[in-house]
Write a protein that binds this ligand. Structure first.
Ligand SMILES: [Zn+2]
Length: 562
């Protein structure tokens, strides 16, 4: 059991951090024995009984005074390196001059930002940044896109786990991994342009004609597309008048094609509630071109088809991010047409402001899936995990990691397919290493002329299928993470020197079971110092109902617990 000492303003971030770590913890209660006590900031640390004491603070503390820990340098933002990789720190940080075992260093100066030492029988670790402040930054504004390939929040969890297990202390957790699956994938489609016929001589048509004709030739010259794709685009441009008079198929209407491509992997479609409504930006009225030329009623005949194929319908919000009343109005419109009562939302153009999550939560949305980059891919919130925004009561956030337009639009990343593939690699590596969900947004018209990004999407799906993830709709993923959040640990010391850990699990609802992971450090029993590269092993157990395991309170207890 971990006891955590924190100040009230930091509690929300720490609570969510441990909800994502999902290991037994509680607010520290004086007089109790703990295996690990974590102190965040400067606090009185007298009389603490713990094998391992961890102090996170980006300032000199009374503990530093007492143990003669010297601050070497102070920083505002830096990158540290440790066993799991590189970890950006966005707030204040300090480095140390101390003879302990350093496990984390400033990447530039190599000064220690985290070390372990021993004081009597107690091991202590001192880490020179402010954990709740870092968690708060990641879960609210997010990290800049230059750090997008780093799962920063997941690395904070990994760092703490390595530290605890590296000090020889066993650990139990419920990882963000469905049993038997290496991670989860959500396929989503923002429906912005389900009909080219609805556009007359507007900016969308001019853009289409320009990119399909001259743009295709330029992309051919750049080696970005093949001659056959140029021909497809030119032929689509020539067919356009026949689409308008009904003699040719509307090639932007692709619901059936997506059902074919996605196959057995039900996806989530986000629909615009009102046509010709541009809505607002964070700085005032949005430009006209943000307005869609369709609303969900124009494609209402497709909804029963999608639902019958186990796909999901959500709101592609216009102003829900800015105003609760408008959020309710937009949700009502989607419900009226689709019959779907409980909705999630992804905001058109991914707009948001500092209180958007609170407003969406108040409007009653089950989840939001807008925390991503529009001009980059990766981990805006630093995680593959579904999390609860710090100012939401119920709503969860399913972060968005990969968006087609960010990868390929010339004004955004403008990547060739080969470079796009390389760029996506860290996202899948992050999911394979830390679990969680990879959320992909492939727009409705992206498989049609003039984008023609179907082949890349199909390759992406095939590559993912080989990794064997759980393909789920966003609501299914939210249900799975809600169940994990509802699981409770009960810990009690046993007489044989072990800790009994009981997990209370809510009833399942047809979703894959969770798993219980037990880490048992594989080191000599008398060791009390820290292993910077912990060679620990873990065992996973299927977790679908209440379960019990036990952990040794002291290394000698290992045998009795195996
Ligand atoms: Zn959109």
């Amino acid at each position: 059991m971990i006891g955590v000492i924190t100040n009230p303003p930091e509690e929300a971030a720490i609570r969510e951090f441990f909800e994502l770590f999902k290991t037994p913890w509680e607010q520290y209660r004086s007089g109790l024995d703990y295996e690990v006590v974590i102190c965040v900031g400067n606090a009185k640390l007298e009389g603490i009984s713990a094998r391992l004491l961890i102090i996170y603070a980006a300032e000199k503390t009374s503990f530093d005074e007492e143990r003669q820990v010297q601050i070497q340098s102070r920083h505002n933002g830096l990158t540290c390196s440790f066993a799991e990789g590189h970890l950006p720190i966005f707030g204040r940080a300090v480095t140390f001059r101390h003879p302990g075992i350093s496990f984390m260093a400033n990447e530039d100066s190599h000064e220690s930002i985290g070390f372990v030492d021993q004081y009597g029988a107690q091991i202590f670790a001192r880490i020179g940044y402010d954990l709740p402040s870092e968690v708060n930054t990641l879960l609210t504004e997010g990290q800049p896109s230059v750090n997008g390939s780093t799962p920063t929040l997941d690395l904070h969890i990994a760092n703490l786990r390595d530290l605890i297990v590296g000090c020889g202390i066993p650990l139990v957790e419920i990882p963000p991994l469905p049993d038997r699956f290496p991670f989860t994938v959500c396929l989503t489609h923002d429906v912005d342009h389900p009909s080219i016929r609805r556009h007359r001589l507007d900016h969308t048509i001019f853009g289409f004609l320009l990119r399909a004709t001259a743009g295709s030739l330029i992309n051919l010259a750049r080696g970005r597309i093949s001659l056959s794709k140029v021909m497809l685009n030119w032929s689509a441009a020539v067919r356009l008048p026949f689409v308008y008079i009904g003699l040719a198929k509307d090639f932007w209407n692709n619901f059936e094609r997506y059902l074919e491509i996605d196959g057995d992997h039900p996806s989530t479609f986000y629909f615009i509630p009102f046509s010709d409504r541009a809505g607002d930006t964070p700085d005032g009225p949005a430009p006209r071109l943000r307005a869609a030329r369709y609303d969900i009623s124009h494609v209402s005949e497709k909804i029963p088809l999608l639902l019958s194929e186990r796909c999901e319908v959500g709101l592609h919000g216009i102003d829900a991010w800015a105003d609760t009343a408008r959020g309710r109005e937009e949700a009502r419109r989607i419900t009226e047409v689709s019959g779907v009562e409980e909705l999630g939302v992804r905001t058109h153009w991914l707009f948001r402001k500092s209180d958007s999550m609170r407003l969406l939560d108040a409007a009653g949305f089950l989840y939001d899936s807008s925390v991503g980059y529009s001009d980059a891919v990766g981990f805006r919130a630093g995680t593959n995990q579904v999390f609860k925004p710090l100012d939401a009561n119920r709503m969860l956030e399913v972060p968005l990691h990969i968006m087609d337009t960010a990868l390929f639009y010339s004004a955004r990343m403008d990547l060739s397919p080969a470079k796009a593939w390389v760029t996506l690699t860290p996202i899948f590596e992050g999911a394979a290493r830390h679990g969680g969900v990879v959320t992909i947004d492939w727009h409705d018209r992206s498989i049609a002329p003039e984008r023609l990004w179907e082949d890349f999407y199909v390759c992406l799906l095939k590559s993912l299928e080989q990794k064997g993830p759980w393909f789920a709709t966003v609501t299914q993923v939210v249900g799975w993470f809600q169940r994990r959040r509802s699981a409770k640990f009960e810990c009690a010391a046993r007489q044989d020197g072990a800790m009994r850990v009981r997990v209370i699990v809510p009833r399942g609802s047809g979703l894959p079971p969770m798993r219980l992971r037990v880490y048992k450090p594989a080191r000599d029993t008398q060791r009390t110092t820290f292993d910077t590269n912990p060679n620990y092993s873990f065992s996973d157990y299927c977790l679908d109902s209440d379960a019990e395991t036990c952990l040794p309170l002291h290394r000698e207890g290992l045998a009795s617990c195996q």
